[in-house]
Design a binder for this molecule. Structure first.
Ligand SMILES: [Cu+2]
Length: 452
């Protein structure tokens, strides 16, 4: 990006940040009321503070608890068992399985700073330790990456500028690229997938333990034509069983990948072969699906086990053609995620490591949104109005305009965006705690760059 581009981005980010902090505060109130973890109405006003047990670290490492007490929600977002002790506050969670969470009540307590750590042997020394501050410093659950410290507005601007200028930041690994099949003698297109754990750089310097297909997040895109004979050979190199579900794709029941109903689990070291003839969706000429794990899915999927599978090509609806939607210059799969080791991300990367997309003025980009996370995300493109042309791989009878599109877990939407005006246009999830805080933009943010 040029200097002007990044400057435009940073000025925009400041304006949004002011609004963001206001809405983030409102969201907190709503979220607390929605929690429902409190047993009695009297407890519903108690704040809930979240602590993630991540790969050899506690997030946040500095946790603030109000002196009035709080519900402490401890989530194990890692792929191995962890524990948590805060002796001074009477917290002792001896074991928390991967993906599990538990909420403990912390009573009213005098202000002070206390130690916390994971009590699994070796984990504390490896970095799983932090401090709990009982005080009025504010909640630590409001946004990812918050420093919790008070900044002047000048410091805040400087930090936001630095972050905006880091975009697009280079990281190791790129997911979602198309996988070339090996074509068999009978014409069958074979795709080989290996399920394995790798260290994945989500944002610069932040490596997480990702559960992947072929070592990338998202897994490689599988693309075939209607009528193709398809074979997917899945080898399991994970420390636990798995199975591969073809979400939104018409396959015979025994190829649906839901163990133990349609197949036995594919145990570590084993291989399972999925075979089917590629069909368009019902009432469609194409299909827009996703392949993902259907075994211990609440862990395996958010940790990275998902990839697009597309059959055929969506066409441009006739009604949009007089509006300049004549050909598709670029097709993009955009997989949303919010949980597991990967966390808030677009195609397996968090801002500023997300990928920018460049179009020339008047060009049209087709975007397939997929949500593989645990919550809905309203995806917002700043300038160009989009047209939703298909839901879950089936064309809409009438395209629907959108600048903000709610994408629920499991849904797919196909949207055409036309580049109207040159500039850097932010493109992000509009749940503001997924996108921007006092440190600047983070998580589910990228940009469309429209060139003259
Ligand atoms: Cu979101």
């Amino acid at each position: 990006m040029s200097k002007n581009d990044t400057r435009a981005l940073s000025i925009g980010s400041f304006a949004v940040a002011v609004v963001a902090m206001f809405f983030a505060a409102m969201l907190l109130i709503t979220r607390n009321n929605d929690k429902g973890t409190a047993a009695t109405p009297a407890e519903s006003s108690v704040e809930t503070v979240t602590l993630n047990l991540a790969s050899m670290k506690l997030e946040p490492a500095e946790l603030t608890i109000p002196p009035a007490g709080a519900n402490l929600k401890v989530v194990n977002v890692d792929a191995q068992v962890h524990a948590l002790v805060i002796p001074d506050l009477g917290v002792n969670i001896p074991e928390l399985q991967p993906g599990a969470s538990v909420t403990v009540k912390i009573a009213k307590h005098a202000e002070g700073t206390f130690e916390m750590w994971c009590s699994v042997a070796g984990h504390k020394d490896a970095g799983m330790k932090g401090t709990v501050i009982v005080g009025t410093g504010g909640s630590s659950m409001d946004h990812t990456g918050s420093t919790g410290a008070t900044m002047t507005w000048q410091e805040m601007d400087a930090q936001m500028l630095k972050r905006a200028q880091a975009f697009p930041a280079k990281t190791a690994g790129h997911g979602g690229d198309r996988l070339e099949p090996t074509v068999q003698a009978d014409g069958t297109k074979q795709f080989d997938l290996v399920a394995k754990i790798v260290q994945w750089e989500v944002e610069p310097g932040k490596f997480v333990e990702a559960w992947t297909y072929n070592g990338v997040v998202p897994g490689p895109e599988i693309h075939v034509n209607v009528g193709d004979k398809v074979r997917i050979v899945l080898k399991n190199e994970l420390p636990e069983s798995t199975s591969l579900h073809l979400h939104g794709i018409q396959v015979p029941n025994n190829m649906d990948g839901v163990d133990p109903y349609t197949q036995p689990p594919t145990i570590p070291g084993d291989t399972f072969t999925y075979e089917f003839v590629a069909k368009a969706g019902v009432a469609s000429t194409f299909a827009t699906g996703i392949y993902h794990s259907h075994h211990d899915a609440q862990k395996q999927i958010p940790n990275g086990m998902f990839g697009a599978i597309t059959i055929g090509e969506p066409g441009i609806p006739d009604v949009l053609k007089p509006m300049g939607y004549t050909s598709i210059a670029k097709s993009v799969n955009m997989v949303l995620n919010d949980s597991g080791t990967i966390g808030l991300s677009l195609n397996g990367k968090s801002f500023p490591a997300t990928e920018p997309y460049t179009l020339k003025k008047d060009e049209v980009m087709l975007v397939n949104y997929y949500n593989e996370g645990l919550m809905g995300h309203p995806m917002h493109m700043h300038q160009p109005m989009g047209w939703v042309i298909a839901k879950d791989g089936v064309p809409l009878l009438t395209p629907m305009p959108t600048d903000t599109l709610w994408v629920a877990p499991g849904e797919r939407y196909t949207v055409l965006y036309k580049a109207i005006e040159p500039g850097v246009w932010a493109w992000h999830c509009h749940i503001l705690t997924h996108a921007e805080g006092e440190q600047g933009m983070f998580g589910m943010v990228t940009a469309l760059i429209v060139e003259q």
